[in-house]
Ligand binder design. Structure first.
Ligand code: PMP
Length: 465
């Protein structure tokens, strides 16, 4: 707490902290708490390091918000953006217009995406990519003569954005409360959470399939349009399902005539190892949503990929009707030029391969934390990891919220100069940049370990153990 206030006082020299308090609304936090604490203003970045307004160097073990996969300061990306901006800063993709970079990026994504995901609608981020999926799935069923297929299902720890429609597909309560979400056509089933399931992996997969079938039966088999899932739950606490879970859900959806949407906003672009998280289980979804790693966060961009089957059905059924879906910045040429260069760095620059090596190292480095008195579970896939804290390892007791653990973790992590995600329910999320070296991964894990040790120095937490 003192850390925040001290930073606030220091930064207030140039007035930014006060201006932030008065004028800038932040994402996903208590507005009142923020007025009290003030912002941490980040001013520059290089590789896996960030610098704040007070000159602190912070090790970014979360890639910004799971997006800066290529790390900060990649000058070839800056050059690609500048070149495109100087030549053609904007081109609409309304009607029959396009830009070179948008066309090229769509083609390259279609080439790399699994199955027949050949058709790309660009958005500005993940939330509107999910919204685009929702709109196009509705359109598809309406235009192909099955207008009763309106209902959508997701897992209760899933995160699918905070837009008016997508926030109800999201399962997390904080995105629902006082926002009148979910609406009546949005439903949730339990998340496949190995640590919190009593049984084998096969049992857990079978339970998920049963939950999905039961929900479909409850809604009415002809009324369910789509199932949304992340290959690994991200914002809900980096929950890694058993191998084969995604495949089983996909197959069940195919059998039940439900569109299977892979939300790969986090898992896309090497985050879990392969280029796309769906590939881990050999899954070809009907629809895929992307963002974050698509441009590595250098500029905003997301995408919704449609299978040739869905796309073709829409074309055939809609004939000459105008399909009223569009955004001023869909396929923005500067974002697309950045996307092309980022994709080149992933592949020709070896960043995906580096991420795979660093991911394997992260998994082994994290096992060293399992013995820590506060650590109940350590899980990861690639460079996506979670440390779940408990106050009783045998009973797997979640820490009492009154202990304020998430807050203490964020505060002490900052003092240790490492940035991670302190989830509300006392879990530490890690998503290091894919460029991280083995030494940098070790340094991140060492600082996280120190942060965990700091927790033991807080009397109330020590006593709760
Ligand atoms: N889907 C998933 C799986 C996400 O993780 C996120 C963002 N964390 C979104 C959708 C929404 O993306 P955005 O914040 O870019 O709107």
């Amino acid at each position: 707490e003192n850390g925040y206030l001290r930073r606030g006082q220091c930064m207030s020299d140039n007035g930014l902290i006060q201006k932030d308090r008065r004028h800038l609304i932040h994402s996903v936090l208590s507005w009142g708490e923020h007025e009290r604490r003030g912002a941490t203003i980040l001013t520059s970045g290089d590789g896996v390091w960030l610098t704040d307004g007070d000159g602190n160097r912070l090790l970014d073990a979360f890639s910004g918000l799971w997006c800066v996969n290529i790390g900060y300061g990649q000058q070839s990306v800056v050059a690609a953006a500048a070149e495109q901006m100087a030549r053609l800063p904007y081109a609409t993709n309304y009607f029959h217009f396009a830009s070179e970079s948008a066309v090229e990026l769509a083609a390259r994504l279609a080439e790399r995406a699994p199955g027949d995901l050949d058709h790309v609608f660009f958005t500005q981020g993940g939330s509107d990519a999910v919204d685009t999926a929702i709109r196009l799935i509705r359109y598809y069923f309406n235009v192909t003569g099955r207008p009763e297929k309106k209902h959508m299902i997701a897992v209760d720890r899933g995160y699918h954005g905070s837009s008016a429609a997508g926030s109800g597909i999201t399962g997390l309560a904080v995105f629902h409360t006082h926002f009148d979400a979910p609406v009546a056509t949005q439903h949730h089933i339990p998340t496949a959470w190995p640590y919190r399931f009593d049984g084998s992996d096969a049992d857990l997969i079978a339970a998920s399939v049963r939950h999905l079938r039961a929900k479909v039966a409850e809604i009415g088999p002809d009324r369910v349009a789509a199932f949304f899932a992340e290959p690994v739950v991200g914002s809900g606490g980096v929950i890694v399902p058993p191998d084969g879970w995604f495949r089983a859900m996909r197959d069940t959806c195919a059998e039940l005539d439900i569109v299977f949407v892979a939300d790969e906003v986090i898992t896309g672009f090497g985050r879990t190892g392969p280029m796309f998280g769906s590939a881990y289980d050999g899954v070809a979804p009907d629809v895929m949503t992307l963002a974050k790693g698509l441009t590595s966060g250098y500029v905003p961009m997301g995408a919704t990929l449609l299978s040739d089957r869905l796309y073709r059905a829409i074309v055939d059924a809609s004939g000459k009707a105008v399909i009223g879906h569009g955004q001023t910045y869909s396929g923005h040429p500067v974002s697309a030029a950045v996307g092309l260069e980022v994709l080149r760095l992933y592949e020709e620059g070896g960043i995906i391969a580096n991420g795979q090596a660093s991911g394997a190292h992260l998994a082994s480095a994290l096992t060293a934390l399992s013995d820590h008195p506060l650590v109940g579970d350590v899980r990861s896939r690639g460079l996506l990891a979670c440390i779940e804290l408990v106050t009783d390892k045998v009973a797997k007791t979640r820490p009492d919220p009154a202990l304020g653990l998430p807050d203490a973790l964020a505060r002490c992590g900052f003092e240790r100069r490492v940035l991670f995600r302190a989830f509300g329910d006392a879990m530490i999320g890690l998503a290091p940049p894919l460029i991280s070296t083995i030494d940098e991964i070790d340094e991140m894990v060492a600082r996280v370990k120190s942060t965990l040790d700091d927790m033991l120095a807080i009397p109330a937490i020590r006593e709760a153990l």
